[in-house]
Design a protein around this ligand. Structure first.
Ligand code: SF4
Length: 437
């Protein structure tokens, strides 16, 4: 049975309260630390076959989603997932436990980030007052590894620096835009996060329209007021530079370890791919799989001598194994094919634009094709974003779909968009040529 808990505006699906979409119920698993044992991954694959349509997604926050679940099959699925230890005891706990931690956390022998994220999750589960946080309110702990979470926004964030106070405390954005409030040790993270989240609720409750994100509260009250209430002070940011998405594909050396990253186009996976990842993790690695927020899975602790074998095996199971694969240049939600809000076939349009998009912007995600202004497929700004409205697109640069919203810009049909991309890329143009067109 689906939960009868009241739906709040902007609610997110979970396991105990899945979201009805076009192909059935969408069950989102918020797996603690993003670490899945191979045997459990195989179990999830089979559960998806048994109770859903055998398809899965990797979300922009590294969550694994089971698709096409039949309402009548939901109780059995929940029982299976509960048996794997993957789900929370109630809807409110799974909703508030929105913590992203570096996918490589702990592999360098430093356990602070992983331990802090676990303690933060436990605090959020136990502190019932914080269950009133808005559905998308998020926390992030970055361990400073090569796969930086710097480009991913969070309401409350802790970015690794150095020294005894290892984490920079940030609020309201990615590592470039967040306001920083000094430094703390890893074991202080749950307490500081609790204070800041409590202040967010308290200050917001006195407003006519309580804010839904920390950025909104900063705009209304000022960062100084928030810092003062928390007993913190505004501080210099740990760094200010252009932060790009890292590429988690292929062989990744991390201290004295190697990992192998495999991508899934648009985050789409099927049960056979999950089985293949589990098999590869057992045969080549440490028997575990790490979920990433970049639509890729990581196999830790592999031998670099086996990289070619892993690559060949995973490529035959439909994973992206080449960093040059143009599909890595584009992200898109399901649009009309899977979402009731979608009016446009975003993924086929994204695939048609991936080569010129890659030529215009040579690293990371170049183009986000969003089915509407909600921008579910990517929270961070992309160099270029197309926002669909009834089959036409708004084109914006360096903005999120949500921030761009619904503009009065001249809407473009797909043929016009394609023509502009091809023309500028064909002339050896750059992204700035497209922005200035
Ligand atoms: S961005 Fe819009 S169309 Fe795409 S999945 Fe989200 S709500 Fe649906």
């Amino acid at each position: 049975m689906m939960s009868k808990a009241p739906l709040r505006k902007g609610w997110c699906p979970g396991a105990r309260r899945p979201m009805p979409v076009k192909d059935g119920l969408l069950v989102r698993l918020r797996i603690s630390g993003g670490i899945v044992a191979a045997a459990i991954m195989r179990g999830i694959a089979q559960a998806g076959r048994d109770h859903g349509n055998g398809l899965f997604d990797l979300s922009a926050r590294g969550n694994l989603q089971i698709r096409g679940v039949r309402e009548s099959a939901l109780p059995a699925l929940i029982e299976t997932l509960d048996g794997f230890g993957l789900i929370d005891e109630d809807v409110a706990t799974e909703a508030v436990r929105n913590v992203l931690v570096s996918p490589l956390a702990g592999l360098n022998g430093r356990s602070e980030a992983g331990d802090a994220a676990k303690a933060l999750e436990a605090m959020l589960a136990a502190n019932k007052a914080l269950h009133a946080l808005p559905p998308k309110f998020s926390f992030l702990v970055d361990d400073g590894s090569g796969l930086s979470l710097g480009s991913i926004p969070a309401d409350i964030r802790f970015d690794w620096t150095e020294g005894t106070q290892s984490f920079a405390i940030g609020i309201g954005g990615d590592a470039n835009k967040a306001i920083f409030l000094g430094h703390c040790r890893g074991d202080a993270i749950p307490g500081i996060a609790s204070r800041l989240a409590t202040i967010f609720l308290r200050l917001g409750s006195s407003m006519a329209e309580p804010p839904r994100r920390m950025q909104n509260l900063i705009e209304s009250c000022g960062a100084n007021a928030i810092a003062g209430e928390a007993g913190l002070f505004l501080a210099e940011p740990p760094r200010r530079s252009i932060i790009e998405d890292p590429c988690p594909i292929g062989l990744i050396r991390f201290h004295d370890k190697h990992c192998f990253g495999v991508g899934a186009a648009f985050g789409n996976l099927d049960a056979n791919m999950l089985d293949a990842a589990a098999w590869a993790a057992e045969i080549f690695g440490a028997g575990e799989i790490r979920l990433t927020p970049w639509r890729a899975l990581l196999l830790p602790d592999i031998s670099d001598a086996q990289a070619d074998a892993i690559s060949t095996y995973c490529a035959t199971h439909s994973f992206i194994v080449d960093r040059g694969d143009a599909r890595l240049a584009v992200v898109a939600c399901g649009g009309a094919s899977s979402c009731t809000h979608g009016t446009t076939d975003t993924r086929s349009d994204a695939l048609a634009l991936m080569f010129p998009a890659r030529r215009l912007c040579t690293t990371g995600v170049a183009l986000h094709v969003s089915g509407c202004a909600k921008g579910c497929a990517r929270q961070a700004a992309a160099p270029l974003t197309l926002i669909a409205h009834e089959g036409l697109y708004d084109l914006v640069a360096n903005q999120t779909a949500r921030d761009a919203g619904i503009s009065d810009a001249q809407r473009l049909g797909f043929a016009a968009v394609h023509g502009i991309f091809e023309t500028i890329a064909g002339k050896g143009g750059r992204l700035s040529d497209l922005e200035n067109r």
